[in-house]
Design a protein around this ligand. Structure first.
Ligand code: GDP
Ligand code: MN
Length: 377
């Protein structure tokens, strides 16, 4: 689960990381009022759960409350990478001397958290990572010992941070470690961590991702979920308890069982296709769940063909077939569909789908080949 900038920074602040003064507004009038309260220059920042807001015009400086109102009107009317802006954060503006990238995230290969830092932070950090990766420093953290102060000191030296800032930086680094650890975060990122012209260190931006599997023990964080930001598909996924991950290909997949879903995706690739999603409807899926899964697959405009690979066990193939029929009636799909049913009640399932205008297949290889051919038109 992603948190908004304002939510992340509120958490940072609780752990002693300095942030600019500011508040969230949902209307331009409110933004103006916050700017009046803050006095002086402010920055108006779109709150959407994507990166690169600055480059998209979603972060703007205002010299006075009137301009803040005007910019808020403009930003609240924007869409950034397909997401409508519903809230803006109005922060006291900072005069920036240096922008540092600083994050703690999971390093799966090392099986440890990792601290990542660069003196060349800000909006072009992706470019820095691509072109001058040596400017990015990584230090693994022992999960049992936690971040040690000497490690924070070491990276401060490594990025040539002037000695005057070591104390502040160490406090921020220890704070960010506390944030990461105590919230079950998979990412706690400050970009930029700035040094201001009046020589203060501030977290100007904040981004956090919380491990969904830990939300059961993070009820306060779970409450922060902004369902406005979820694609309608994600809401359905949670409602029906499906495992769904959208991918970039054009063959929609509906499979029961995670292992079978992975295999199906591999076999699609083996025959030159690209899966549009991973979808595990789970064991014992009934017609309603199958129909929901199919609606989700078909809302993806990239999907040019759908592959159903159902291995009946506890899941009954006739139930799945009923779900497919319900969904077809509702969604009226225009893309070809390939179906492979084996196992419990497969015969009944196939009979139900006889008049449904679907391409049938005996084996997974056969089904994948047919789906790839169908997607290529
Ligand atoms: P992002 O583009 O989504 O990462 O949004 P950020 O909050 O990181 O803002 C993007 C950029 O806007 C930052 O890297 C800064 O260069 C600039 N910026 C943000 N807040 C301020 C501010 O208070 N003062 C100044 N001068 N620049 C700011
Ligand atoms: Mn940023």
């Amino acid at each position: 689960m992603k948190l908004h900038e304002y939510q992340s920074k509120n958490i940072f602040s609780k752990f002693g990381i300095p942030i600019p003064k500011g508040r969230v507004a949902t209307t331009a009038q409110e933004a103006k009022q916050i700017a009046e309260e803050l006095g002086g220059r402010v920055v108006v920042k779109s709150q959407v759960l994507v990166g690169g807001r600055g480059k998209a015009g979603g972060v703007k400086l205002a010299k006075d409350p009137a301009e803040a109102e005007q910019l808020a009107t403009q930003i609240l009317g924007m869409e950034i990478k397909g997401l409508p802006v519903r809230k803006v954060l109005v922060d006291e503006a900072s005069a920036i001397d240096q922008e540092i990238y600083f994050a703690i995230t999971d390093d799966r290969a090392a099986k440890k958290p990792v601290l990542i830092i660069s003196a060349a932070g800000g909006v072009d950090i992706e470019e820095v990572a691509a072109k001058t990766p040596e400017k990015i420093i990584k230090v693994n953290i022992d999960p049992l010992l936690g971040l040690r102060e000497y490690q924070a000191r070491d990276v401060a030296v490594a990025i040539d941070l002037p000695r005057d800032y070591w104390r502040d930086f160490t406090k921020i680094a220890m704070g960010l470690w506390q944030v990461y650890q105590s919230t079950d975060a998979s990412l706690a990122e400050i970009n930029p961590l700035v040094i201001t012209k009046d020589k203060k260190m501030l977290a100007l931006d904040g981004k956090m991702m919380i491990d969904d599997n830990a939300l059961f023990r993070q009820p306060e964080l779970a409450e922060m979920r902004d369902t406005d930001e979820d694609a309608p598909a994600e809401i359905e996924v949670r409602k029906y308890g499906l495992s769904f991950i959208k991918l970039d290909g054009d063959i929609g997949c509906m499979v029961n069982g995670a292992g079978l879903a992975m295999t199906s995706m591999d076999v699609i690739k083996l025959f030159g296709g690209e899966p549009a999603n991973f979808l595990d409807v789970g064991g014992g899926a009934g017609a309603e769940k199958v129909a929901a899964a199919m609606r989700i697959i078909l809302t993806d405009p990239n999907v040019k063909a759908v592959l159903f690979n159902i291995f009946g066990g506890i899941t009954r193939c006739d139930e799945v077939a009923k779900g497919i029929l319900v969904a077809m009636d509702e969604v009226k799909p225009k893309v070809p569909m390939v179906v492979r049913l084996v196992g419990t009640n497969a015969e009944e399932g196939r009979r139900l789908l006889e008049n449904a205008n679907m391409i049938t297949a005996e084996t997974l290889a056969d089904a994948a080949k047919k789906a790839v051919a169908a997607a290529k038109g």
